[in-house]
Write a protein that binds this ligand. Structure first.
Ligand SMILES: [Fe+2]
Length: 260
């Protein structure tokens, strides 16, 4: 694995990086913690905003204090009927939910305490690069657990949005947790101009790289303004079992103070 420094230089130049956190799994304790993360994925609720998408998810938020690198989880929001929720807002960047708040079930408190998850959050943060002035305020960290799962040959699990896009969050990282019997689930990194296009509308010269994440904790990250990205739908592979792709998505957004 490249050193963090040379990796960050590549990231600043190209707008994306691919890396592998699996060297961390050499420790038996990390293997145990990865199993605990996978357990949270086994129990994810269906995405309430698109029950036909074969997509399951949970979402929680935290902050990093850039002056001492401390990470803290933020509290959940409790609905009047007592349910725990965490709100997510992408402004105009997700055309499927433009200017809409979506509220998801949060990660369990036990999952939030898994040290491997904190290490991944800290590691990704170390790859990011900011205007120094930004670093006098907390950085907001959005942590999504997303599972794409299909049981029959006709079904397809699609990401949201289901086209090449930018997220509107300055940095996003993706860490595979599990991939089993999947056809598709292919990642694309392209030039920013491709945002809004369907995969088939993207010209070869606009593609930086197209790849699949195959083993646990294989990862990539994007600097949102420098590239666009996409993951294709997940279909059933040739084996006699469900198709499953589970990933942790982590985004980093600066605190912006604006009172209209
Ligand atoms: Fe995205």
């Amino acid at each position: 694995m490249k050193t963090v420094k040379s990796q960050t230089e590549t990231f600043q130049k190209t707008g994306y990086i691919r890396f592998d956190f699996s060297s961390d799994l050499g420790h038996p304790e990390s293997q145990k913690q990865l199993k605990q993360l996978a357990q949270e994925f086994a129990e994810l609720p269906l995405d309430p905003y698109n029950p036909n998408s074969h997509r399951y998810r949970r979402y929680s938020r935290g902050i990093i204090l850039p002056w001492n690198n401390e990470f803290h989880w933020l509290p959940n929001y409790q609905t009047p009927d007592g349910q725990q929720r965490c709100e997510y807002f992408q402004g105009a960047y997700n055309s499927e939910y433009a200017e809409e708040y979506r509220a998801f079930s949060p990660l369990s408190e036990a999952t939030k305490q898994i040290p491997l998850l904190s290490r991944i959050i800290q590691y990704d943060y170390e790859q990011t690069f900011w205007d120094q002035r930004t670093l006098t305020m907390p950085i907001h960290v959005g942590v999504h657990f997303v599972k794409m799962l299909v049981r029959d040959a006709q079904a397809e699990s699609v990401a949201s949005p289901d086209h090449v896009h930018q997220d509107g969050e300055p940095f996003t990282f993706c860490h595979l947790v599990e991939r089993t019997n999947v056809l598709g689930g292919t990642n694309l990194i392209a030039t920013p101009e491709c945002a809004g296009k369907k995969r088939e509308e993207v010209q070869p010269h606009q593609i930086h790289e197209e790849f699949e994440l195959n083993h646990p904790l294989e990862s990539y990250g994007v600097c949102d303004r420098m590239v666009s990205h996409y993951v294709s739908g997940v279909r059933l592979g040739a084996e006699d079992k469900v198709a499953l792709r589970s990933a942790i998505l982590i985004d980093y957004v600066p605190t912006v103070i604006s009172i209209p």
